[in-house]
Design a protein around this ligand. Structure first.
Ligand code: HEM
Length: 365
């Protein structure tokens, strides 16, 4: 069968496998029929406009694009920004499950291919889960329902499209735990600030400003303190950073790290800091700010080299990978890192740390 699809979307065959636009229309009709009739869907039905004609048409256009068909949605309504477009509705786990129940029913009615159904269901589940913006039972953002489409047009976030087979076609920093750091202007000197090759993962490599200098008039000044050579990763839909490692000139800056990263630190995240004034023979673990930090010395090498050594990664094997690929390799291994080091408190760390080197001592003036 010949196709008129643009080359850029041909790699996602689901649109054609489902049967093109006509099949999407059937799916969406069945979906809203289910939403109208199912008792468990009445809470989400009430979020929608009484007349679903326009909603139905928008969902058809969106799903055609999402499945790999014509990109009319983006052309007509701008970047999808789906999470932002749903922010006016309190979507908890029950709302997500109700949405999925309607979609499952619609798929059973309109898609005979069982394999395709399974793939699509998995894709829908991911997106539906990503729409959650409140805990079960919570009234997250009890705002009045905006007129149809207005929430969409005022959304200020970048595109977010999921491929049903888990490949994230486009992932924006605004959809990840890096969003606040980016908005605060802390992500500096980046050599990577993009989706990596792992579906749903966003990576950053560069410096993270921990403390800014007082700004005089319009004069741009470099930050006073940074976590340098940072390699970090966040998974879309997760509120915290999954992985973060970097260089600190002084161990005591861990306090700034905890303040700046704040709610982006999670008990399950893997965080490594190589500190210039930690004894070369020592390695510690510190519970601080609701997270666990590995505190390590830096032996004149780069954070990247130190991480490869710590995680037993072969530098030559990673050589052929691009920056995103290298970040994936390090983040994957870090996630599985289970080694333990003596546990000390932050205060003990302050007592044990050595003098802070003057970072400017060898620089030409
Ligand atoms: C998880 C539970 C979800 C709930 C409770 C929900 C609810 C809503 C509501 C109330 C609207 C506004 C409709 C209107 O204006 O009448 C809407 C719009 C929309 N929803 Fe959902 N939704 C959910 C999940 C999803 C998922 C998983 C997708 C895609 C796979 C999706 C795609 C859309 C689209 C494309 C629009 C129209 C956006 C626009 O105005 O451009 N929704 N949704």
């Amino acid at each position: 069968m010949t196709s008129n699809l643009p080359i850029a979307v041909i790699s996602n065959p689901h649109f054609e496998r489902l049967g093109g636009r006509a099949a999407v229309v059937q799916l969406v009709d069945a979906f809203y029929r289910a939403m109208d009739s199912r008792d468990d869907a009445q809470v989400i039905r009430a979020m929608h406009a009484p007349d679903l004609d326009q909603t139905r048409a928008v969902l058809v256009t969106y799903l055609c694009e999402w499945l790999g068909g014509p990109r009319d949605y983006t052309r007509e309504r701008g970047a999808p920004k789906l999470r932002r477009r749903h922010q006016h509705f309190a979507i908890d786990a029950a709302a997500r499950d109700a949405w999925m129940a309607c979609m499952r029913e619609a798929l059973v009615q309109t898609c005979a291919d069982e394999n395709l159904r399974t793939e699509l269901e998995a894709g829908f589940r991911k997106v539906a889960d990503f729409m959650r913006n409140t805990d079960a039972g919570g009234a997250a953002r009890p705002q009045p329902r905006p007129p149809h489409g207005t929430a969409a047009r005022s959304a200020g976030c970048a595109p977010h499209l999921f491929h049903p087979t888990e490949h994230v076609m486009s992932l924006s920093i605004a959809d990840t735990a890096f969003a606040r750091l980016e908005a605060e202007g802390r992500l500096l000197n980046s050599v990577l600030k993009s989706a990596t090759h792992r579906p749903g993962r966003f990576g950053f490599r560069g410096d993270v400003a921990l403390k800014f200098q007082t700004k005089l008039a319009d004069e741009a000044r470099p930050p006073e303190t940074c976590a340098e050579q940072v390699i970090a990763a966040a998974n879309v839909g997760e509120p915290g950073l999954a992985f973060f490692c970097g260089f600190l000139l002084s161990f005591e800056y861990l306090k700034l790290v905890a303040e700046v990263l704040g709610d982006l630190l999670t008990p399950t995240g893997k965080y490594f800091f190589f500190c210039d004034n930690v004894d070369l023979a020592k390695r510690y673990q510190i519970q601080y700010g609701g997270a666990s930090f590995y505190i390590l010395p830096i032996d004149e090498a780069t954070v990247y080299n130190e991480m490869l050594e710590l995680l037993y990664l072969e530098k030559t094997e990673l050589k052929k990978l691009d920056t995103a690929g290298k970040t994936d390799a390090v983040a994957d291994k870090a996630a599985a890192f289970t080694q333990t080091f003596p546990s000390i408190s932050f205060e003990e760390g302050l007592r044990l740390m050595g003098p802070v080197r003057n970072p400017y001592e060898n620089r030409p003036v």
